[in-house]
Design a protein around this ligand. Sequence first.
Ligand code: GLN
Length: 475
Amino acid sequence: MELNKLTVTEAQEGLAAKKFSAVELTEACLRQVAARDSELNAFITVSDELAFAEAAAADQALANGTAQPLTGIPFSVKDAICTLGVRSTGAAKILDNYLPPFESTVISRLRAAGAVLVGKTNCDAFGHGASNENSMYGPVKNPYDTSKVAGGSSGGSAAAVADNMCLFSVAEDTGGSIRYPASLCGVVGLRPSYGRTSRYGSMPMGSSLDTVGPITKTAADAALIMNIIAGQDSRDATTVPDPVPDYLREIKQAITGLKIGIPKEYFEVAELNPTVQNVFDSTVERLTALGATFVPVSLPHTKYAVATYYIIVPCEDSSNLARLDGLRYGVRAPGTTLEEVYSRSRALGFPEEVKRRILIGTYALSAGYYDAYYKKAQAVRTLIKQDFDEVFTSVDALLAPTAPSPAFGLGEKQNDPLALYLADILVSPASLAGVPALSMPAGSTPEGLPIGMQLIGPRLGEGRILQIAHQFAKV
Ligand code: GLN
């Protein structure tokens, strides 16, 4: 048995039944990293020493009856999320040497639950991108075809899970960064509702959209991880006090009688690859066979989502990134004046896309333009959110593709930022509305490239979309 291929649930059972040890499980994952990562480039930092120490401690906990729900389960974390004492670069050279003196809340909850950190995964710098080609540590390659992108921005996390280098990963989704690479790599990725999981310790990008969530092999594993990471955090004032349901219990219910909406605009705004359309149709058929009913619905402001997103996010980005000045964190370039140090450190430490967003954001927030751009975009965002509020009065969830096409070639869109922004067309609306959405593997192209389908739920309706994904995977 190749232990690294297990799901979290299977590994939990195997560890409890003493079929293998936590050290053996960690070894299996790290062997896969050693065998494959020089090609895939999914990791920026592999924390093997720490992982073995934690796995040995996990074996002790298993032996003396003090095991927690995730004791001995190897996982990885997107490098834009801070891990105590483990290098966290955000995939930008300005933080090349950054060792956070604190742990993000989500990661400390997972580690308290016994999970074993195997390393930090590659991503687009600070989460900016849809192809994972904007990393200053090189692009991530798709495990199914290494001439293709893994998707972004959390491409390393999705590739690491898809290639069995760890059992699950934790990533961040502002405008699709969990769902999009999950779709291209054939794994499950859940973006929770805004405020359901803590953002504390996740490098801020678009603070009013950022969420932290799991990338897993199955929807059941995502439910399991959500049971541990979701919930209010005194260090993030935007987390909500609503009680966290038992997602593992919720997913077990049959989906008979659920009403799922098909948002017609999603099929108008994006030029869908015909194979994606076929996989969508077969997903509808399979869910219908399980007892769900489908109705057409309308989200009329969908066509403004990408334009709105690419005003709001660069504005918030430009403000958030101001703290990276070469003085307080990370790498400092030499200079004789303060201004020289700032500009040289930032010039060397940020890739082109980060600079582009700082310029767009600073411009849109400047006096005279704020009302025309940022304020206007916020008004349109409210309309987009109202579309979702309205539609969820009549349906339980929405189904649409996650990405308009399967994984594209490395370098294919690299010189066309607008083409990459448009890749977000189907994932950005839910982000702007703050509602939960997940991508689940639903089929593949004749060449074997995965295709994911997206389920979108009402605010705090993570249980509902996990339930549909779990029941779908069972047939
Ligand atoms: N493609 C989106 C962007 O570049 C993804 C961002 C994210 O979710 N972190 O902004």
